[in-house]
Design a binder for this molecule. Structure first.
Ligand code: PMP
Length: 292
């Protein structure tokens, strides 16, 4: 059976799931998106992802053509059509078909696309042994130009950083903001542990308000692990005891080396491992349930 993709109210076979070359999502990256996970028929943090999608859309003055409730129903229908119990969901809203000019006013119909597929994760060894990452020269977009809180289709800033990491033989990059403070990684938020306390950077430093980051903050509270958002420098990471990344696709992934400096013992730390355990417990019971 061919994978079915939702486009504007209809399901298409993967081979026929196409959008126009005049769509401004394609021409200019004019649109927004979300990545969402499904664990055993439970859609994890669906309401949070939908809220962020609608907020991103509002920020770029893109009017979603369906209500949040309707979109939830369409996501579930797409998962059911593909008989998926565990999946990665990509919801995309593009400005729609216009002309070759920039003006969004020429684009009359916003397109909504839902792709549900199996998830390709980082290889298992990175969860066990931890990642080695580097800081790259490309700085995170300044919020005054394109606010990283908007999860837009324009990911070139992150892709340039990713290319720099790959060119140097690394999987992932740390991006600094224009002032030189830690912003985030190319598709993940970054955390560190020092003397039992957990830290991450505030969104205002130039990062996406990660939903996994928020989940980790909630776990920390339950587990009585001190947690604070504060400005972080590369030095703070170098002298930390533990570092890890968070994201919907990556979940929680340990980092054992930053710019050649071994972090802590060089192995995933105890707080990181505890958070990973608790995170998996939550994904087993939290979420919007659907039947196949
Ligand atoms: N930062 C960026 C730039 C991202 O694209 C993502 C999502 N992949 C994240 C952080 C993590 O956000 P979330 O936990 O909501 O997936």
């Amino acid at each position: 059976m061919s994978l079915k993709v939702y486009i504007d109210g209809k399901l298409y076979d993967k081979e026929n799931a196409k959008i126009s070359v005049f769509d401004h999502g394609f021409l200019y990256g004019d649109g927004v998106f979300e990545g969402i996970r499904v664990y055993n028929n439970l859609i994890f943090k669906l309401n949070e992802h939908i809220e962020r999608l609608y907020d991103s859309a509002k920020a770029i003055m893109l009017k979603m053509p369906l209500t949040e409730e309707k979109l939830t129903g369409e996501i579930i229908k797409t998962l059911q059509a593909n008989k998926l119990s565990n999946a990665y969901i990509r919801v995309v809203a593009t400005r729609g078909i216009g002309d070759l000019g920039l003006s969004p006013l020429k684009c009359k119909t916003v397109s909504v696309i839902i792709i549900t597929d199996n998830i390709a994760l980082y290889p298992e060894k990175y969860y066990k042994d931890g990642l080695s990452i580097i800081t790259v020269p490309t700085r995170r977009n300044v919020p005054e130009a394109l606010n990283p809180k908007i999860k837009s289709l324009n990911y070139l800033n992150n892709i340039l950083a990713k290319i720099e990491a790959i060119n140097s033989g690394f999987e992932e990059a740390i991006m600094l903001n224009a002032e030189g403070y830690i912003a985030e990684c190319t598709g993940d938020n970054i955390f560190m542990v020092k003397n039992g306390e957990l830290f991450t950077t505030p969104g205002a430093e130039g990062s996406l308000e990660g939903i996994t980051k928020d989940t980790v903050a909630k776990i920390a509270k339950q587990e009585k692990i001190q947690f604070a958002e504060k400005r972080l420098t590369r030095y703070d990471l170098f002298v930390s005891d533990e570092v890890f990344l968070t994201g919907t696709a990556a979940e929680i992934i340990p980092v054992v080396k930053v710019d050649g400096r071994v972090i802590g013992s060089g192995k995933p730390g105890n707080i990181t491992l505890k958070l990973i355990r608790k995170f998996h417990e939550i994904t087993k019971k939290d979420g919007i349930r659907y039947k196949l």
